[in-house]
Ligand binder design. Structure first.
Ligand SMILES: [Ca+2]
Length: 327
């Protein structure tokens, strides 16, 4: 008897955290979420709808734990992320939606080309918004426990969206990680920053282009975007430039970088405007190197990835240069 107890004890010890996290069944966990929602003041019918048929999705948890390691460099990544057809589509949609974009830009102070670039990168301009049942995805990720508090906040935000905009549970579709609609907002971001761009009284980021584009601009504005400057630019370093001993992470005026021999990628002098920039070296000194401004940090708040921010900035540049014929 003692030996068996000891053996069980050792087994539990060796399983460690996993045993504790999974002590509660998925169904019990969903029940605890429903209690939490009730305590927050949501009505029973809304809670029942929100958690109806919520399923434990092992594939979602697997995706979360096995995100592919990045082995590409920017030199191979950028051409893949921005094929010619995507740039052409961005420029075409920029022209098509220019009157709407101008209105949104005046209201939220974000240049239209960046709004279109984010739309293109996040969902291929509304064509890839994700087919996962977001409530099941979020509940599975929360149940798994790796980032429980974060995902529980997203679950409660989903209920808040349903209540505020009268959005049905079946509408809440998105990526396996819970990002929803044409600009792929997590529910917390959706609730806090989605706006009604077409004036029908709801924020519908799945079906309404004006809602999606206005919401992207509103979010950028609220997290600090400045429409009087761009995001940054690719640069060329002199051969003797010392990446190791120079404090490249701290921001310096463009004139200081100029003195250190940094030039535009074309070889021309840097702009003379007195703004601060920092150097970003995502790969190594043989890879693409950028001087980035304030708005780059804003893009990182949207998605904490240099590759993401550089891709969005590069697409925005390819919308602007050469200029789109708006006639
Ligand atoms: Ca709307």
């Amino acid at each position: 008897m003692t030996r068996i107890k000891l053996a069980i004890g050792c087994l539990i010890l060796s399983l460690g955290v996993t045993v504790n996290a999974k002590a509660q069944s998925f169904d019990d966990y969903v029940l605890s979420l429903k209690h939490q929602a009730l305590e927050k003041g949501y009505s029973q019918p809304l809670i029942d709808e929100a958690f109806n048929n919520v399923k434990l999705r092992k594939k979602v948890i697997y995706s979360d734990k096995n995100q592919p390691e990045f082995r590409l460099t920017l030199d191979t990544y950028i051409p893949r992320a921005l094929p010619k057809w995507k740039v052409a589509k961005a420029r075409k949609l920029y022209k098509q939606y220019y009157p709407l974009l101008t209105k949104i830009s005046a209201q939220y102070h974000v240049q239209p080309r960046f709004i279109v670039a984010l739309w293109g990168i996040e969902s291929n301009f509304g064509n890839l918004t994700g087919r996962y049942d977001v409530m099941s995805a979020l509940t599975s990720l929360a149940y798994d426990g790796r980032r429980r508090a974060f995902f529980e906040r997203q679950i409660m935000a989903s209920l808040a969206i349903m209540k505020k905009d009268g959005i049905s549970r079946s509408t809440l579709k998105g990526s396996w990680a819970g990002a929803m609609g044409q600009v792929q907002f997590m529910p917390g971001t959706y609730f806090a920053y989605a706006v009604d761009g077409d004036g029908d009284g709801k924020s519908d980021l799945w079906n309404s282009v004006p809602d999606a584009l206005a919401s992207a601009a509103n979010y950028l504005n609220k997290i600090g975007w400045r429409d009087d400057m761009t995001w940054g630019r690719q640069v060329h370093l002199p051969k003797d430039f010392d990446l190791k001993t120079l404090d490249i992470k701290s921001a310096k005026l463009l004139s200081e970088w100029e003195k250190l021999g940094v030039r535009r990628y074309s070889g021309q002098a840097l702009p003379t405007r007195q703004i601060k920039a920092r150097l970003v070296v995502p790969d190594d000194r043989n890879g693409r190197i950028y001087l980035v401004y304030h708005n780059y940090e804003t893009l990182l708040k949207w998605n904490r990835s240099n590759y993401f921010a550089i891709t969005v900035g590069s697409l925005a540049d390819r919308i602007a240069y050469p200029p789109v014929d708006l006639r």
